[in-house]
Design a protein around this ligand. Sequence first.
Ligand code: SF4
Ligand code: SF4
Length: 346
Amino acid sequence: MKPAQRPLELSLRLAFYILKNKLRGRKRFPLVTMLEPLEMCNLACVGCGRIREYKPVLNQMMPVDVALNAAQESGAPIVSIAGGEPTIHPKIDEIINSLVEKKYFVYCCTNGLLLERMLKKIPPSKYFCWVIHMDGMEERHDESVARKGVFKKAVQGIEMALSQGYRVCTNTTVFRTSDVEDLWQMFRLVKDLGVEGSMISPGYEFVDAPDQNMFLTRQESHNLFKKLLDPAKTQGMQFYNNPLYLNFLRGERDYQCTAWSNPTYTVMGWRKPCYPLADEHVQDVAELFDAELWEHYGVGRDPRCANCMMHCGFESATIFQAISTPKDWATLIKAGAAHKGGITAA
Ligand code: SF4
Ligand code: SF4
């Protein structure tokens, strides 16, 4: 099937939103609200920090109005819903349908196990996209999520969602154990199925993950992504991340993290400072944009940031830096117009 295209309105809306905030003189503002309406999951992936970090509150479900208020408080035009497994939340359809009604661009990250029953409750929309977790072909993916049969279910879910007119992307976390050839095969497969694009990011070394050896150092990430994203080998694949972030992953560009652009709201409040780290949870999102806070976090400032190259911290950094670099801005506009990456940071 021909790959779907991301709506041009998304890139235009985000570009306008950035411009508006810049003209208002805001130095730090969100691009994507990361909403985690629960932390419970029906899987226990080896690289997952969330299900372990939030063990004491795994049974808590965020009320619909609290989730909607968080999106409004942040104000970002994109809302990325994760967790935990969002489709377990008993009112996830209400949360998503209300956000879509308000014209947020909503991405729902799921392992795909419960997708079929969700399709009956959430209608397709250009404002809504399923993001299916895919860490490799069958053997590798099932190993990564620690359960057999999940890959097949995820592929069935993608096919079913696409055939019913939904926008669909995939999301891949790359670890030291990832097999480049296997990932190429998977990226080709999902493109042939017709997904809008594949998002990629190296995994963050969550202290709560049971196997600390699986996470890549910065140098290892550069080496692996140089190979994985070799233009000669990536024909027939469609990445969702913007081209500047892909250059960053290959080690061809350097950025400081701008994780304040992806504030993360959980059942305990806003993670402070960022999606990977929660030194505390706070109730006021404005605390995440405080200049003084960011004197203590980022590469070279906190040892826990040394190996972090996650898109929540660095894809937005490529966008913010591009604002003052016309050549880079042109690259993003071009990619956005071609519906390949460009001005999105979901
Ligand atoms: S599917 Fe996602 S939330 Fe669930 S265990 Fe795996 S990584 Fe964690
Ligand atoms: S570099 Fe540090 S502050 Fe930035 S996203 Fe990564 S862990 Fe968070």
